[in-house]
Design a protein around this ligand. Structure first.
Ligand code: ZN
Ligand code: CU
Length: 474
């Protein structure tokens, strides 16, 4: 008789493809799913009873800033407690590597979102970073992007102008090295100061190596407000001219005059999807979070400070109640209430939208999306509001994301796939993190398994760190 490493028994399987749920046992052996079906007769070293609960593919967080968290807090509790088993890091133009020229002090925003101290920008090459993640693995798997903003910082003496031919050549070499070392794509943060001066042509030139590596172009667009349509067009053009798929990060409409315009943006995206590969992700909240800046404060109805280097005591406070002038709080981070709930729901329920947290793991008083995104989609939006069936919700955080990022053996529960499994109670699951108390593990997550190893059980991390650096398969 077969004996397996682990069997999940009596589960309601939601397999990540959007197929209807069914009852089955799941056998795991050597880090892979060995069998799914009625397995009452088989023996295992570890039995997990999932009676009355859902077993789904481990969730893939399509948009994270966990580049450094994986090394400094490898238990990854903020993510694992939500059922996340793979994170996509290096978003919004910000990656921890490569840093052949180190990092200035103070760290140039928004790269300070990754590490405000600057000490972790220590990897001269992208492959040094990948080697470190392999040598000291985290609990979760990851796929990595290399950030254009980081490349600019490493190659240019002045960021307030377009890059020269020579600088572009150097950035392209660094991007090529990162992609050869296993990066799945290049990200940009064209909204942010260190990249604002980069014309579209610069981005296209820097991204050229993506084509031969079958990488992705992933972008925090130049404008998520009044000029969002031209930003979408810019994104599509970059994808076409480089010849690669694009991912629109954290799609949103910021600022009251733009509320309701997701009807236009989604229509444009859907039309263009017929002629080129386009993906998008979204987090389930109508407040955004990034560094503190006066321009963002003016479009928000309310601003909460998430951290401040000179004034750590104001973290968590409403900016309106802080007597200190904004300039004196910098560098700092904030949460901005600037979106419309109807847009958030329309974008979330769009067929092609993936779920990504955009959580900021090092903020003193972080946006609750860091600990709450996935349970909120499953609990509040799927079960509570009935925005989509649970099978669709799971697909948006598993199968769809794995397909987009080329994570071939992830995102679907079937025999032969890697054993990344999240077991949760569909009736109980919900986020516990709130804007007032943002650091709280979600309710309803039972067990989380990565590469066949249990990483979360009984409401806490087990200490296992089976995470792998995943590569994109074209
Ligand atoms: Zn972003
Ligand atoms: Cu981001």
């Amino acid at each position: 008789m077969d004996r397996y490493d682990l069997v999940v028994r009596n589960a309601t399987v939601i397999d990540g493809t959007r197929a209807p749920r069914y009852q089955a046992d799941i056998a795991v052996s050597g880090g892979k799913i060995a069998a799914i079906g009625r397995l009452d007769q088989v023996q295992a070293d570890l039995d997990i009873d999932a009676g009355g609960k859902v077993a789904a593919p481990g969730f893939i967080d399509s948009h994270t800033h966990d580049d450094r968290l994986m090394l400094s807090s490898p238990d990854m509790a903020a993510k694992v407690s939500q059922g996340v088993t793979t994170v996509i890091a290096g978003n919004c133009g910000c990656s921890l590597a490569p840093a052949p020229n180190g990092m200035p002090s103070p760290v140039t925003p928004p790269l300070d979102l990754l590490d405000e101290s600057g000490r972790w920008f220590r990897f001269k090459t992208f492959s040094d970073y990948v080697a470190q993640l392999a040598a000291t693995p985290a609990a979760t798997n990851c796929a990595l992007l290399v950030g254009h903003t980081m490349l600019r910082l490493q190659t240019m003496d002045n960021l307030e102008r377009p890059a020269s031919k020579t600088e572009i050549g150097r950035m392209r070499e660094l991007a090529d090295e990162a992609l050869a070392a296993g990066a799945a794509g290049v990200s940009t943060g064209l909204y942010y100061e260190p990249a604002v001066a980069a014309p579209t042509e610069e981005v296209i030139d820097v991204c050229k190596p993506l084509a031969k590596h079958h990488g992705l172009y992933v972008t925090h667009m130049r404008d998520e407000g009044a000029n969002i349509l031209s930003s979408l067009e810019e994104t599509f053009r970059i994808g076409r001219e480089v010849g690669v798929p694009v991912v629109v990060s954290h799609h949103k409409l910021a600022g009251k005059p733009n509320h309701g315009r997701s009807a236009e943006t989604l229509q444009l995206i859907e039309a263009r999807m017929k002629s080129q590969p386009i993906s998008l992700d979204c987090y389930p909240y109508c407040a955004s979070s990034t560094i503190l800046s006066a321009s963002r404060v003016t479009v928000a109805s309310k601003t909460l400070v998430t951290w401040s280097k000179p004034h750590p005591e104001v973290a968590g406070m409403d900016l309106a109640e802080i007597k200190i002038p904004l300039e004196q709080l910098l560098p700092a981070g904030a949460i901005y209430f600037s979106m419309d709930e109807a847009d958030v729901q329309r974008i979330l329920s769009f067929e092609h939208t993936m779920i990504g947290s955009d959580g900021l793991p090092h903020d003193a008083a972080p946006h609750p999306r860091l600990w709450g995104t996935f349970p909120r989609v499953l609990g509040h939006y799927a079960r509570g509001l009935g925005l989509f069936p649970l099978e669709t919700a799971v697909h948006k955080m598993t199968g769809l994301t794995a397909r987009t990022f080329g994570l071939k053996d992830r995102g679907i529960l079937k025999s032969g796939m890697a054993a990344d499994i999240t077991i949760f109670d569909a009736g109980q699951i919900e986020e516990a993190a709130t804007f007032a108390k943002p650091i709280q593990p979600a309710k309803g997550i039972d067990t989380v398994i990565v590469n066949g190893a249990v990483i979360w059980r009984d409401g806490k991390p087990t200490g296992a760190r089976p995470g792998q650096v995943l590569r994109r398969a074209a």
